[in-house]
Design a protein. Structure first.
Length: 886
């Protein structure tokens, strides 16, 4: 029997339906009796049956972010315990690849009693495009239907809508990341593509205003995550790291720990004092959201005034800093130095000027400027969050300009780089993951989906259709119009929203209030998911998806090179699908059969073959660091046993051992011959022989090509060639009715939404243990709370121009005055008054298209009021979304 496939070795326990269903019934009964206290027993199906460590076996669990090691003890088709990397010593050089709190809660998530169990249909929806009662989406009741009924209904609607309205009437708001994990893997609309295509989204979500600005100023769409910019051992050679926005990531932790032990000083510039900041920071500098640009200018002023900046570096490697170094293509004669000094607007960008905007004291701004220009090597880094603001492109311009003024480019321990060290670790060269060999069915009408920026330099083709921008998709669906770059306003007529894949666009795109209108407008919405998420609640047909523990796909689909020295691929299929859950590709195959589409177009090779291909083509660094070699050693007997096609090969580890282990880690030592040459060392060493990919071949502080290119997007205002501070439309300046007298306006608070330790976006939101430990309350500064007369845990109504939410408050000094923080990802839960009791940041955030299509989540203004209605339950006591017919 195949170890890779559904026919797993007999040592893996088979599902015990009876035991399983019994546990569910007990769990449901317990819920009904006790309300909902946050105990494991109510939501974890197998509780009480953890048993001894004799009846089952330890199996490597695929963990979808691919960064750490997750192992489960499987008994009778249940993961009853979890552990993580407990091998070797946990050192700075070779840290154990320990699982984060979310990974460790996977058992509670995947085996929760609130898993979707059966296909369901919304009661008042009827196929045919007439009696669909869209207004009841989010309010209707549900009925259980069979898989045959569900697939017939979906196939019928697809055929009807495709025949009558064509592929441009289907919208698939895939995020492109697939963070939820899952069988859908990289491509998610094979069926629609085989039938003529559908409408995708374009723009950036993770990277905010970074990619296009970076392309033109730096010569690369982004300057890479930390492990790509340099090696952990060279990062430890830095004197100081100045970090704008410190993420709650997990992988970065081991780097930060090594850097702390090496004595690197950390300065964190962030409105919020996060747990991560608490761990690493030597200095915390709170800054108002979206005003980092002003802070940067204040620093630049102090550098110029005191001649602290690296003029030699600027002269040799950049254009646009001063009048003597302007690029040839400049259409204005403005340069950065004179802008800072106030030559063009009679406003010298003094630390005092900056302080009024960004909230950092003038002395602190001067101190930062002095540290940035005296500490060497310096890590000058920003995560994406400060660029996920309305003026995120202006911020990106200023970040590079002032970073380059310090000259920290291209030598060990130095960097001027943007992006989250955790989330961007593109292709570490210790390990090169293999390819599953799955054929993609391209979308014949629409380019994308595009997470980064499909309009990479020169990539824009006016003849092509790119779909709807993330931030403007809902407005386009509601209004029937969208802006198509150089073509201007165009009609669009979406009839079906399609989500048979692992993302949550309604919950996760900005402007969710508009999103609900869009969902309620169309004729048909189909979603597949593991849980009754908000996207499901606003659908007509809901299909229960198998988690990636329940398919052998995990080997093939979840290999992500996010960890620079280890690779995690999961091993064997962990358990059989729970209840009636099916993987997304099976769903599309079954639909294809009903629609006379060749199922081979949906799945060109078996899961087993795809999984085998990944392992067979993965390359790893040789022991002596002299080059790469295949990871898996494969014999003809292995190939015969797995029933796949392949050729025997030599490799480092026998393939069966890899499957048992589920991961492979390379070992490092500070004196090994492998250290990534610092990024841009070639440019530093010989800028003539190794020019940057910009019109001048240098770093462009003044970038005419950036402005020219931005005009294509059709968004306003177009960024200027010179880095300048521009207040955001819903930024700090707009919290005032009168800036001069500092009289506050209707929406006096700024709110940011961060990626919290509690969840991966909306995933894990339903895990009570996580909600209990990291309650996603509204963080409010103690002074602000006192002014509003608020008590700890009190419920407040938060109102923006775009929507209203209820939240309990967490009164804390960890957020700066005037700023509120709420973790992103809460499941929307609108009540009858249209107020979101779920506390979604996207109900507050407006959906509008800015820059190159990024979503300005961290630019949002609100007011806060005491709530005199029913107080909110803590999130960990909220009822599970389960159904009577279960
Ligand atoms: N306010 C605000 N909003 C944000 C952000 C922010 O900073 N602030 N950040 C944004 C960013 S950077 C990103 S990348 C996006 C991410 O947003 P998404 O990529 O949409 O991620 P998730 O919300 O985790 O959605 C994943 C969904 O897939 C489901 N799932 C898991 N496995 C499977 C499977 O096998 N099959 C199926 N069918 N479903 C499965 C999960 O249960 C979950 O509902 O969010 C964005 N939204
Ligand atoms: N636990 C966990 N980790 C994740 C994710 C997750 O959902 N959960 N998502 C992953 C994904 S897809 C992505 S894109 C990345 C996102 O990673 P980041 O882009 O780093 O995003 P955040 O964690 O939202 O924000 C990082 C910090 O920036 C701060 N910040 C917000 N606005 C501003 C501002 O205007 N100026 C300054 N200086 N700071 C600001 C926040 O307070 C926060 O402390 O995280 C990845 N890692
Ligand atoms: Mo992201």
């Amino acid at each position: 029997m195949s170890e890779l496939g559904h026919d797993r070795a007999s040592s893996v326990a088979q599902i015990s339906r009876r035991g399983f269903l019994g546990a569910t019934a007990a769990a449901t009964a317990a819920l009904a009796l006790s309300g909902c206290s946050p105990t494991d027993s109510e939501n974890t199906l197998e509780l009480g049956e953890t048993g001894s460590l004799e009846e089952g076996e330890w199996v490597a669990l695929p963990c979808n972010c691919g960064v750490c090691c997750n192992i489960g003890y499987v008994v009778d088709n249940m993961v009853v315990r979890q552990k993580t990397d407990d091998t070797g010593e946990d050192t700075d050089e070779n840290p154990q690849n320990r699982c984060c709190v979310r990974g460790r809660m996977s058992r509670q998530r995947y085996m929760g009693a609130d898993r979707l169990k059966y296909p369901m249909k919304r009661k008042n929806w009827q196929p045919g495009g007439v009696d669909f009662h869209g207004e009841l989406r989010g309010r209707d009741e549900w009925e259980r239907i069979s898989w045959d009924e569900a697939l017939d209904l979906v196939a019928g609607e697809v055929k009807r809508i495709m025949d009558n309205h064509g592929p441009k009437s289907f919208f698939c708001g895939v995020s492109g990341d697939g963070h939820g994990g899952g069988a859908a893997g990289g491509q998610v609309t094979r069926l629609l593509n085989a039938m003529g295509g559908c409408v995708y989204v374009w723009g950036t979500q993770s990277y905010g205003g970074i990619p296009v600005v970076s392309t033109f100023m730096e010569g690369d769409p982004w300057s890479y995550g930390m492990m790509e910019t340099q090696d952990v051992f060279t990062a430890c050679k830095a004197d100081t790291a100045i970090i704008f926005g410190l993420a709650a990531g997990s992988l970065a932790n081991s780097w930060y720990r090594a850097m702390k032990h090496a004595g690197v000083r950390f300065i964190v510039i962030d409105p919020w004092f996060s747990g991560q900041t608490e761990q690493v920071a030597d200095m915390w500098v709170p800054v108002r959201p979206g005003t980092d640009g002003a802070l940067l200018l204040g620093m630049a002023y102090h550098m110029i005034e005191n001649n602290l900046h690296d003029q030699e570096f600027l002269d040799a490697y950049t254009v646009g800093f001063d009048a003597d170094h302007m690029p040839e293509d400049a259409t204005t004669n403005e340069n950065f130095k004179d802008y800072v000094l106030g030559a063009y607007d009679e406003t010298p960008k003094t630390p005092e000027w900056a302080s009024e905007i960004c909230g950092v004291s003038p002395d602190k701004i001067r101190e930062l400027a002095e540290i940035a220009t005296s500490a060497s090597p310096l890590i000058w880094r920003s995560t994406q969050a400060p660029a996920r603001t309305e003026n995120g492109q202006n911020y990106t311009q200023l970040f590079y300009a002032v970073g380059w003024m310090t000259g920290n480019v291209g030598f060990e321990g130095a960097e001027v780089a943007m992006a989250n060290p955790q989330s961007v670790g593109m292709g570490s060269s210790m390990i090169l993951p293999g390819s599953p060999g799955i054929e993609i069915v391209t979308n014949p009408i629409c380019e994308g989906p595009a997470e980064v920026s499909m309009l990479d330099k020169g990539g824009y083709d006016p003849e092509k259709f790119y779909g709807l921008p993330y931030g403007g998709a809902w407005e386009a669906i509601v209004s029937g119009k969208y802006t198509d770059f150089v073509h201007g306003e165009q009609p669009i007529d979406i009839r079906c929203i399609w989500k048979i894949n692992s993302c949550s666009p309604l919950n996760q795109f900005s402007g969710a209030s508009k999103g609900i209108e869009a969902f309620r407008k169309v004729e048909f919405v189909v979603t597949s998911d593991l849980f009754m998420t908000s996207d499901c609640e606003y659908s007509d047909i809901v299909l229960p998806a198998a988690s990636f523990w329940e398919t052998p796909w995990s080997n093939a689909g979840q290999v992500m090179p996010l960890n620079p020295r280890a690779l995690f691929f999961g091993g064997k299929q962990v358990i059989e699908p729970l209840f009636e859950a099916k993987d997304d590709v099976w769903m599309e195959e079954e639909l294809a059969k009903r629609l006379d589409i060749d199922p081979k177009l949906i799945r060109n090779i078996s899961w087993e073959q795809a999984s085998y291909n990944v392992l067979a083509t993965t390359q790893v660094m040789k022991d002596d660091f002299s080059g790469m070699e295949p990871l898996a050693a494969i014999t003809q007997e292995d190939i015969d046993e797995f029933g796949v096609e392949g050729t025997p090969q030599e490799g480092r580890v026998p393939i069966k051992e890899l499957l048992e282990q589920g991961y492979y880690a390379a070992q490092r030592s500070p004196d090994d011959p492998y250290a990534i040459t610092p990024k841009r060392a070639d440019y530093r060493n010989d800028p003539v022989a190794n020019p940057r990919n910009t019109p001048s071949g240098k770093y462009e502080i003044y970038s005419q090509s950036l402005t020219n290119y931005m005009e294509i997007y059709g968004t306003t205002p177009v960024v200027e060639p010179l880095p300048k501070y521009r207040p955001a439309d819903e930024g700090y300046e707009q919290t005032f009715a009168n800036w001069e007298t500092k009289e506050k306006g209707e929406y006096p608070f700024q709110v940011i939404s961060t990626h919290s330790a509690r969840s991966v976006h909306s995933s894990f939101h339903n895990v009570r243990q996580l909600n209990e430990v990291h309650a996603n309350n509204l963080m409010i500064n103690a002074n602000d709370a006192a002014a509003l007369g608020l008590e700890q845990d009190e419920t407040v109504l938060v109102t923006s121009k775009h929507g209203k939410i209820l939240r309990r408050v967490n009164i804390t000094p960890r957020i700066m005055p005037g700023v509120l923080m709420i973790g992103e990802g809460n499941w929307i839960n609108l009540n009858e008054e249209g107020i979101d009791e779920g506390g979604s940041a996207n109900i507050l955030a407006g959906g509008h298209v800015v820059g190159h299509g990024h979503q300005p989540w961290n630019t949002c203004l609100v007011k806060v009021e005491k709530w005199d209605g029913e107080p909110l339950l803590p999130d960990c006591q909220r009822p599970y979304r389960t159904f009577d017919f279960e």
